[in-house]
Ligand binder design. Structure first.
Ligand code: URA
Length: 277
């Protein structure tokens, strides 16, 4: 494009894609929880894009009869969805069951815009479990956590202390990609929390590594900045037993701030030492 040319529609789309807005969702924010009880809007006030998303949510197949009911909470209040998520997550006796429950869980609006559940990757019997925040575009496409640019860096970081996906297990707080890679809202994280807690309980690792501040805050309840709290061992109760947990910088942050890698390196060495001890 010449410097003073009027940008074309294609340029605009490229700009949006480069900025991470690569999912067509709608023109207005949608409160899917409020939508269920809302009276039908007069035709003139209806938003066709919103209605399409609503239809996609409602069209999803009912969950299998063998699984605990998690369907009726679809688009219910966040509290009702969180209660239902807790009951559903608790009922999972294995990781396979937990994944199956998530596949049919309708209580989190993120499911409507994500392509699939990004459940976990690695060795479910690993001694180390790492938890990030939420899948991005690459993870949404492949259905596996940390396979994009930050995942490649994570693999290198793990390799530096002799670990790989056969010796660790990886998951996220939220198993669906938020549209346009936005941060999950506190409500979305709260609804998904029982699932990741149960996932940790079922993997039963000896060490939990929180990747980034949202994971640290959500799982460890630490409110301090991650620049202060990273690298400090704390106790995490899995529901069955106490294990050791540590927070470190998220690989996506390290890609943006390579100078901080030296601190992440210290955290990795602390993990390596703990594993050997
Ligand atoms: N960032 C995350 O927090 N999780 C992923 O799976 C990918 C990127």
């Amino acid at each position: 494009m010449m410097p003073f040319d009027t940008p074309s529609a294609r340029d605009l789309l490229d700009f949006y894609r480069d900025a991470g807005a690569d999912a067509l969702v709608g023109e207005e924010p949608i409160d899917r929880f409020a939508a269920v009880d809302a009276p039908t809007a007069p035709l003139a006030l209806r938003d066709p894009a919103q209605e399409r998303v609503q239809e996609r949510v409602q069209e999803r197949p009912p969950r299998a009869a063998a699984l605990p009911a998690a369907g009726p909470q679809a688009l219910a209040s966040p509290d009702a969805a969180a209660v239902s998520a807790r009951a559903a997550a608790k009922s999972a006796a294995s990781l396979e069951e937990l994944r199956a429950i998530l596949e049919t869980f309708e209580g989190c609006g993120l499911k409507a815009t994500a392509s699939r559940v990004v459940f976990g990757d690695g060795n479910p019997k690993a001694r180390v479990m790492l938890v990030g925040e939420a899948p991005g575009r690459d993870e949404d496409i492949e259905g596996l956590p940390f396979v994009g640019r930050s995942g490649k860096l994570l693999d290198l970081m793990l390799a530096a202390i002799g670990l790989d996906r056969s010796t660790v297990y990886i998951a996220n707080i939220v198993p669906w990609r938020p549209p346009g890679n936005r941060d999950p809202s506190p409500h979305e994280s709260a609804i998904c929390l029982p699932f990741i807690l149960r996932q940790i309980e079922l993997v039963d690792p000896d060490f939990l590594v929180c990747l980034g501040k949202p994971s640290m805050q959500t799982l460890l309840g630490i409110k301090e900045p991650i620049t202060k709290a990273r690298g400090r061992w704390v106790t995490f109760n899995t529901g069955q037993r106490d294990i050791r947990a540590i927070a470190t910088f998220h690989p996506a942050f390290l890609l943006r701030s390579p100078l901080q890698k030296r601190f992440a390196w210290r955290d990795l060495l602390a993990l390596k030492k703990a594993l050997a001890g």
